[in-house]
Design a protein around this ligand. Structure first.
Ligand code: SF4
Length: 338
């Protein structure tokens, strides 16, 4: 199976089956998203562990993510009126950006603002909750032979050294032998391994919890000559902020946002399997990748205009309906437990 289709199936399984193995916990609500991380490292699948109660407290801040500037305001806004430059900690960048963020926060409805003697004052309407329990990273490699395992092992070693996620996993396709023995041997012992078959994943190696509260090591370059690699420390404050930003993006996007970068307006685009749904290309008679289902696809054909007059006159044809369906599913997932 291609990596993209595999990744979507791991996401669908994580939404139903997280945490893996015998660790089932009814209190854990997994929010699953794809392709999130930092500027230097994107994880295929991210699972944010939270609870129903925490999601209820996050809800007043809206469905869209809070970016780093908005998080600065949300986490520090005072309960009583105060001048914003006295109420909020020095952000380490110009205050005018903070002022803009305060106004955006007011537009989003989680703080109130007023002007007193030419100064912008604010007070919070809701306390920003501590809603993220754990952030888990999963690397997906369906068909991984021994040669490629080394490169992947190095990547996972960097994830372990940084300790930005609470756990890192590798998800791979189960084979007749279970999991390729060379793979088990190559991976760092701190990383867990999931064997995936028939849309279900079973742990064959359990990960160790990483310490997200202590400084981590970030690799700046990966030259062929390892002694020349450059490293820097990632302090716990940076890690805390990044984890929250990742969780906020996961909250906003979920994993079904794949439709936003695919040609849902192509007459061959289909959604299949209610467990997903997953994209399928009728012209190719298989699941297509996001990369091939793009402007450059030779087989692309626009929806015939007549489709747009059959009950979808204003909002577009079936392609638009697909996007709305996926967006609805995404929203329902966030609200399901409220
Ligand atoms: S033909 Fe190309 S653009 Fe159309 S659904 Fe298939 S992969 Fe996507």
């Amino acid at each position: 199976m291609k990596e993209f289709g595999f990744e979507l199936r791991v996401c669908a399984w994580a939404e139903r089956g997280w945490p893996p193995g015998d660790n089932a916990d009814d209190d854990v609500v997994p929010l699953v998203a794809r392709q999130l991380g930092t500027r230097r490292r994107r994880w295929d699948t991210v699972v944010v562990e939270t609870t129903e109660e925490a999601l209820r407290r996050r809800a007043p801040f809206g469905e869209a993510r809070l970016d780093s500037d908005l998080l600065h305001v949300a986490r520090n806004a005072p309960a009583a009126w105060a001048y914003y430059r006295e109420a909020l900690p020095d952000p380490g960048y110009p205050w005018r950006y903070v002022r803009e963020a305060v106004h955006r926060a007011a537009d989003r409805g989680f703080v109130e603002t007023r002007k007193r003697a030419g100064r912008v004052e604010l007070r919070r309407r809701y306390r920003y909750p501590d809603w993220v329990d754990r952030v888990v990273a999963i690397e997906n490699k369906p068909n991984l032979g021994a040669p490629a395992a080394d490169a992947l092992a190095e990547q996972l070693e960097h994830d372990v050294a940084l300790g930005l996620a609470d756990e890192v996993w590798l998800a791979t396709q189960a084979t007749d032998a279970g999991v390729e023995p060379a793979l088990l041997e190559a991976m760092p012992v701190e990383a867990g391994i999931l064997a995936v078959a028939d849309g279900r994943a079973e742990p064959v190696w359990n990960p160790r919890s990483l310490d997200v509260e202590t400084p981590g090591t970030r690799v700046l370059e990966r030259p062929d000559d390892p002694p020349a690699a450059r490293f820097e420390y990632a302090d716990p404050g940076w890690k805390r902020r990044k984890r929250l930003e990742i969780a906020e993006r996961a909250y906003e996007r979920g994993w079904r946002a794949y439709a936003e970068t695919m040609r849902t307006d192509c007459r061959h685009f289909r959604l299949v399997d209610p467990e997903g749904p997953f994209p399928r290309c009728a012209a190719k008679s298989r699941g297509q990748t996001a990369a091939e289902c793009s402007a450059g696809c030779d087989a692309f054909e626009p929806e015939p205009p007549v489709w747009r007059t059959r009950g979808w006159p204003v909002e577009g044809g079936p392609g638009k309906a697909v996007e709305r369906l996926l967006a609805r599913k995404r929203r329902r997932r966030r609200r399901r437990r409220r």
